[in-house]
Design a protein. Structure first.
Length: 344
């Protein structure tokens, strides 16, 4: 009898990660946190070293028909810096590995690394190494970010406590809506190459997709406000997915309110135009790279009037589940419907 074959789609990305992590135990004395958070945590004596890595593949994570190479280089760094920020840390160095096919020119590589350089300048980090190899399937970029955090300040996904306030920075759904506009304009161009892209009125959401920013500014602000997040994660796969990560890791439930979700007017208007619900984009869209975190009730006064920190809900018992109160005052389950790399 043939051995049963289990499809990757049956587990999904996070199920696969769980399966892998179950096979490995942390043995080293300096290994504080391994698989399962935004970054690995290594004890270097006086502080913790953070290590995060991310891979971007052409045709899966980006489309060079509308993604400028300089923007791609910048974004590749930003998404890794975002993981360091999600641990309440500060990035210090990166390494960059790229796989290139022979269709790329020296000038194209220069453009990619100009974007990487701009991100290094912005986030005050050093490029300290990497690898370059040939690729038979387009462009591949893998970046590892290294950071540092005070041992008393590190924030994990699993630290949320009962009655903590659930907070999110910035606004949500813009990157997803920007992607829909870019895909639409690509189809128009393919049907008629004489048609020029009409992107002027979508400038903000297109920028959210092509050149996102890691929210290191908010990490510095939280420190200035003397706020220690009890749990934190960055929003890469969609708010719903990240809420479930915090709830699961903290062994808690949570409740958020639809009318508290921050959505930019351009995101809302574009959703109306494209017949895409802006709440759906905010919950499931992904790639916003904002920070989702929880704080104690004692810190409420420090953030209640902050223009860029939005209080969207609270932590409750695990038995109550992960719920959203809709604008119509219905209670619905929060599910992870963001990007699934292995969905058929």
């Amino acid at each position: 009898m043939a051995e049963k074959r289990t499809e990757l789609s049956e587990l999904g990305e996070f199920g696969l990660i769980d399966r892998i992590s179950q096979k490995f135990k942390i043995e080293g004395k300096s290994s504080v946190k391994g698989i399962g958070d935004d970054a690995a945590v290594i004890d270097n004596g006086d502080s913790y070293t953070l290590i995060a890595t991310d891979m971007l593949l052409e045709g899966v994570h980006f489309d060079l028909s509308y993604m400028p190479l300089a923007h791609l280089g910048y974004k590749a760094v930003a998404v890794n810096v975002s993981d360091i920020a999600a641990m309440n840390g500060t990035p210090t160095q990166i390494t960059v590995n790229i796989g290139l096919s022979n269709r790329f020119s020296i000038e194209a590589v220069d453009a990619l690394y100009e974007g990487i350089r701009m991100a290094c300048d912005n986030y005050k980090i050093d490029l300290v190494g990497g690898d370059t190899t040939s690729s038979a399937s387009g462009l591949v970029i893998s970046i590892t970010a290294i950071g540092i955090v005070d041992k008393t300040k590190v924030a994990y996904r699993g630290g949320a406590n009962l009655n903590d306030i659930v907070c999110v920075t910035g606004d949500l759904g813009g990157a997803y809506m920007g992607l829909q506009v870019l895909e639409r304009e690509k189809q128009v161009f393919m049907a008629n190459p004489d048609m020029q892209p009409q992107l002027e009125k979508y400038d903000y959401i297109v920028q959210r997709q092509l050149k996102p920013e890691a929210r290191m500014d908010m990490i510095h602000e939280l420190k200035e406000l003397n706020i220690q997040p009890t749990a934190m994660i960055d929003i890469s796969d969609g708010l719903g997915s990240e809420l479930l990560h915090i709830a699961r890791a903290s062994e808690k439930g949570l409740q958020i309110y639809e009318d508290k979700l921050p959505v930019d007017k351009q995101t809302y208007d574009t959703g109306y135009e494209l017949k895409i619900d802006s709440t759906t984009a905010a919950i499931n869209g992904g790639e916003d790279y904002e920070l989702l975190f929880t704080i104690s009730q004692e810190d409420f006064e420090k953030v209640k009037n902050h223009a860029d920190i939005h209080l969207i809900g609270y932590i409750h018992e695990a038995s109550k589940g992960t719920k959203m109160i809709t604008k119509g005052e219905n209670i619905v389950d929060i599910t992870a419907q963001g990007w699934n790399h292995y969905k058929n």
